[in-house]
Design a protein around this ligand. Structure first.
Ligand code: ACM
Ligand code: ZN
Length: 761
């Protein structure tokens, strides 16, 4: 619809005095974006004369909407079917169970859907067309027609309540926010090494022992030595709490999927009932306690009859609490070290004719699947359940990338996409140095928005097995509800559009405009969302050998001001800044030229001797950690001090790296410095040594080896001084650290190397 038509409508409304106290929202800003929407002339007046007509099957939604009007707009609907009305209609010609038609006309609002789910989603769209709060007697709603349906049937959010525990009221708030975004599955991660959070009446020690840990790690896992706060921590949801939450979710068309982790991530329950673990010769088993730090733990369930009895009893109580179709059985990150040493496990492997411990895990999961299926439920597991063979009816949640989804879908199993690369909302979301601590990673809003849940390797037929996608929130570093909100929003909002909206309707800048509007709703709901849309991003541009620095913010509604010498930013930014010397850029977005909005921006650009030279590598960085490209190593800009996922760090998986830098002319070198990331918890290890080879002016080559000794900190600084030497070309040979040692996270896997700017002075 054209702007002239909007103006005409507004003009007509003013002319005929139709505008009551509140002007309608003329342009709908609904998130997730509906399939189609068409604005019509006129408005519907919502007031105390409005009557809501519905049949018994949609009563829950009718109560939901009536309560919403009362609580937020102070409008109590009429009990008398007279003037304007809102009508819910069951319409079997609408094919999608969750689809709906919303027709707002002068005299009535007609909501048609095949099921109550569709009616509920129409109501959610209608709510987004209303003022946020109002005390006025009448509310004008723009006439329009919306036709809508989701692209995927599974639209989920996950929340880990084991690493940190959150109150019932917050769980409800989170579920309510999900429902506004038309999400329909809440994956509740209830058990892990650090706590068991669901009351199981048959096993009281799960409440007494497994629900509490004696203390908690302070700071990041990679900060050494580990320090603890000395405070007992824990809690659990009673079965009464759970029933209340299940009902609350069901009223919002959300199914809860409880996750009971097995066979790994089970140290908390083993601490309560040590006999659930393997019987090992070592006596350390008596000392098993609820984990107090993060990571992967070796004490996992032993597949004994008594363990299966325990898990079946647990499942019996879980099944009675959760009416949904799925039980998530975990299955991820189960180290097999104890199974390799345990007599019982080894006897079972022989007896069942299994090849190895992976097949034993498959036996474990298949056996539990059979039990869960016998209760009329289906299992979901993390993608490790593929190893050793998939249980016959299992749905796979692909988290280690999308490969698990591809393999499972090709085996005709349902899959849910939740790859770390696009769906881990506990990763960092901005480059800002002041971001609150997370376990690592980098997942900005736009990357979430760009996600396509269908892996390209799947044929059209195979892609039918993709049920949808889910955002995950692991809470090792998230200690309170405000921080969950900060991590979840706005990224869950972007994800809702990924899974609900037709990809043809997706447009990031249009999304940002609607998000600015949506944020006002979150303000009213007291949600502590992150807002980086006014933050400035800097980009170095090389134009025929001349360097420029470009500044941009995601929302370009307001002006950017900058300085080049670290002083207060007062120069209006109009075009990329010429970088002709080392400079310290500061910038800020200002509204109306005076009100600071968004975070301040700072960037040092160090025009050292390698900037502008030629660089080449023997290997390509891993595609997930190559956003800045090879040039990022000598562009004058250093990476983030705490993280490695930005555009400046390059990451390599297992490779020995050879970097060649060629200078335009013989260049005197006095020092070479760089940094390596050393986040061992993320499988990243600084190298042990670097070999150098310098080609001198006279074509001679000299070689040196430099050891890297101080390798304990999260960032390992490397600084190599040489006698002033004129060099034409240099090579740095960085040998990968090697296999991750036993006892460390990811033991036996290839380690990663992350390298920052190579500063040559
Ligand atoms: C996972 O992140 N371990 C599923
Ligand atoms: Zn065992």
């Amino acid at each position: 619809m054209k702007i002239q038509v909007y103006l005409k409508i507004i003009f007509l409304l003013i002319l005929f005095g139709c505008v009551k106290e509140t002007p309608p929202v003329v342009v709908p800003n609904i998130i997730p974006k509906p399939l189609s929407q068409e604005i019509k002339e006129g408005v519907f007046i919502l007031d105390k004369n409005t009557f809501l007509e519905y049949s018994k099957e949609h009563e829950k939604v009718a109560i939901f909407l009536t309560d919403y009007f009362k609580e937020n707009l102070n409008i109590v609907l009429s009990s008398d079917n007279k003037e304007g009305k809102i009508k819910f209609i069951t319409d079997n010609t609408i094919l999608n169970d969750e689809g709906y038609l919303l027709k707002i006309a002068k005299n009535q609002i007609l909501i048609s859907a095949k099921t109550t789910k569709g009616i509920f989603y129409a109501v959610q769209s209608l709510i987004q067309l209303l003022p946020l709060k109002s005390n006025l007697k009448q509310i004008s709603i723009q006439n329009l027609e919306i036709k809508d349906e989701p692209q995927f049937s599974y639209r989920g959010m996950h929340l880990d309540v084991a690493r940190h525990f959150f109150p019932v009221a917050f769980i409800k708030k989170f579920i309510n926010l999900m429902s506004i975004l038309k999400m329909n599955n809440f994956h509740w991660h209830l058990t892990d090494d650090q706590g068991w959070r669901i009351e199981i009446k048959k096993y009281p020690k799960l409440q007494e022992i497994a629900a509490y840990r004696k203390e908690t790690l302070i700071g990041h896992y990679s900060d050494k030595p580990h320090q603890f706060n000395g405070k007992k921590y824990g809690g659990y949801y009673t079965q009464k709490d759970i029933k209340e939450i299940v009902k609350y979710a069901s009223d919002r068309q959300i199914t809860i999927i409880p996750e009971i982790e097995m066979p790994g991530h089970s140290q908390a329950s083993i601490a309560a009932y040590p006999e659930l673990g393997c019987t090992l010769i070592s006596s350390s088993r008596d000392k098993i306690e609820v984990a107090t730090k993060w990571g992967i733990f070796e004490d996992i369930y032993c597949p004994k009859e008594s363990t299966f009895k325990f898990l079946e009893d647990v499942i019996d109580e879980v099944v009675a609490l959760f009416p949904g179709k799925y039980i998530h059985i975990g299955g991820d990150e189960a180290p097999k070290i104890n199974w390799e040493k345990c007599e019982n496990c080894q006897i079972l492997i022989k007896k069942e004719g299994l090849k190895d411990e992976h097949e034993l895990q498959s036996y474990f999961i298949t056996r539990m699947e059979k039990y869960i299926n016998s209760k009329g439920k289906q299992i979901i597991g993390w993608d490790e359940i593929l190893e050793g063979g998939l249980a016959p009816n299992a749905t796979v949640m692909s988290w280690r990338g999308t490969n698990g989804a591809v393999i499972a879908a090709k085996q005709k199993h349902d899959v849910i996409l939740t790859p770390q690369s696009h769906c881990y909302l506990n990763h960092y979301q901005s480059d800002n140095k002041n971001e609150p601590l997370t376990n690592g990673g980098y997942l900005p809003l736009q990357k979430v928005y760009s996600f396509n849940p269908i892996p390209p390797e799947l044929t059209k037929k195979e892609s039918k097995y993709v049920l949808g996608a889910q955002g995950n929130i692991w809470t090792e570093y998230i200690t309170n509800p405000k921080k969950i909100e900060y991590m979840a929003f706005p990224r869950a909002i972007a994800l809702s559009e990924v899974i609900w909206s037709d990809s043809k309707n997706k447009n990031y800048s249009d999304f940002i405009n609607r998000l600015e509007h949506f944020n006002k709703r979150l303000d009213v709901m007291n949600v502590n969302y992150a807002n980086h849309i006014y933050d400035i991003k800097g980009k170095l541009i090389d134009e025929n050998g001349k360097l420029f620095f470009e500044l941009k913010s995601t929302s370009n509604k307001f002006d950017i001001f900058y300085s080049k010498d670290g002083s207060n930013p007062t120069t209006l930014y109009e075009e990329p800044i010429l970088v002709d010397s080392t400079m310290y850029i500061k910038a800020q977005v200002y509204k109306s030229g005076i009100i600071k909005i968004g975070n301040p921006f700072e960037q040092k650009i160090n025009l050292h001797k390698a900037v502008g030279s030629k660089i080449s590598l023997n290997v390509t960085p891993h595609k997930a950690y190559n956003t800045g490209g090879t040039k990022a190593l000598i562009n004058g800009i250093s990476g983030n001090d705490k993280r490695y996922g930005d555009t400046e760090w390059l990451g390599f998986s297992g490779d020995d790296i050879e970097i060649t830098i060629e200078f335009d002319e013989p260049t005197e070198i006095n020092s070479i410095s760089t940094r390596f990331h050393n986040g061992n918890g993320q499988w990243i290890y600084a190298p042990k040594e670097i070999k150098f080879s310098f080609q001198l002016e006279d074509e001679k080559t000299v070689n040196y080896i430099e050891q890297i000794n101080n390798r304990d900190s999260l960032l390992v600084n490397f600084n190599y001084k040489i006698k002033a030497t004129k060099v034409i070309k240099m090579k740095m040979m960085i040998k990968n650290y090697g296999e991750i040692p036993i006892g460390k996270q990811g033991a036996g896997n290839k380690s990663w190397t992350f390298i920052d700017e190579i500063i040559i002075e």
